[in-house]
Design a protein around this ligand. Sequence first.
Ligand SMILES: NC(=O)c1ccc[n+]([C@@H]2O[C@H](COP(=O)([O-])OP(=O)(O)OC[C@H]3O[C@@H](n4cnc5c(N)ncnc54)[C@H](OP(=O)(O)O)[C@@H]3O)[C@@H](O)[C@H]2O)c1
Length: 255
Amino acid sequence: MPTAFITGATAGIGAAFARRLAADGFDLVLLARDTARLERAAAELHETYAVRTETLTADLSTEKGLTAAEERVREDVGLLVNNAGFANRGKFLDVPVADELTMLRVHCEAVLRLTHAALPGMLERGRGGVINVSSVSAFATRGTYGASKAWAVSFSEGVSADIRARSGGGVRVMALCPGFVHTEFHERAQMDMSDVPDFMWLDKDDVVDAALRDLRRGVLVSVPSPQYKAIVGASRLLPRGLLARMSSTTGRKYK
Ligand SMILES: NC(=O)c1ccc[n+]([C@@H]2O[C@H](COP(=O)([O-])OP(=O)(O)OC[C@H]3O[C@@H](n4cnc5c(N)ncnc54)[C@H](OP(=O)(O)O)[C@@H]3O)[C@@H](O)[C@H]2O)c1
């Protein structure tokens, strides 16, 4: 079975990818910053699913972390899930500029460099996949976060087109754009999500199911769930200024 390399694999959507891919028989490389948590996750997945699990402690906002991740990805990775990400607490001018730059490093530079490291081996083998975890906020102009996620969509579409002729369809690059998912994400950014209605929340395992199904089908931009497909469709019809004002406030109260 091929090896899946998952960034941000210890919590939320990344942990759901790790569980599902282990259940499907993939060997795993799990990356995050917290070593103890990584080791616990790796041991549990190995015991439950009898797959090989390896950990890589790395901070993708640092050159050291990025280089270590690139080196490992170049080896034998058949599926790369660029998932690590976070939100900063507050709107643009409330956030130190250094934190916004850290976000660009994790959401854009890491995605770019790991995709660049993974694709040559995949193309040589004639098969493989890259899932870049973006967000529906890619379509909703939402500060640096939305801009970085819009970059991931545009980047994935562009790279996919660039490799199409060489890959013969066997290597796929897809952007995954979930709506709100219950994970540690909002708590870490001290967001108060109490006003977000139930129907807007997605289950992380459903998001992963939809992502893997869409990757198999050759979808370029995966938006899991009918309600968010409708929201993304409607957002394309709204004036950009109105959309920006709406998304600047939705689900953006801070504790
Ligand atoms: N939750 C949502 O509503 C939602 C919606 C749309 C898109 N997304 C996107 O989904 C992805 C996963 O988010 P989540 O909701 O699952 O968040 P989460 O529960 O907070 O998990 C984030 C994961 O990323 C790791 N991580 C964070 N910063 C890192 C860094 N600098 N270097 C390496 N690893 C790092 C964390 O582990 P350590 O802290 O140990 O490093 C953790 O494993 C993100 O890209 C997010 O933007 C989330």
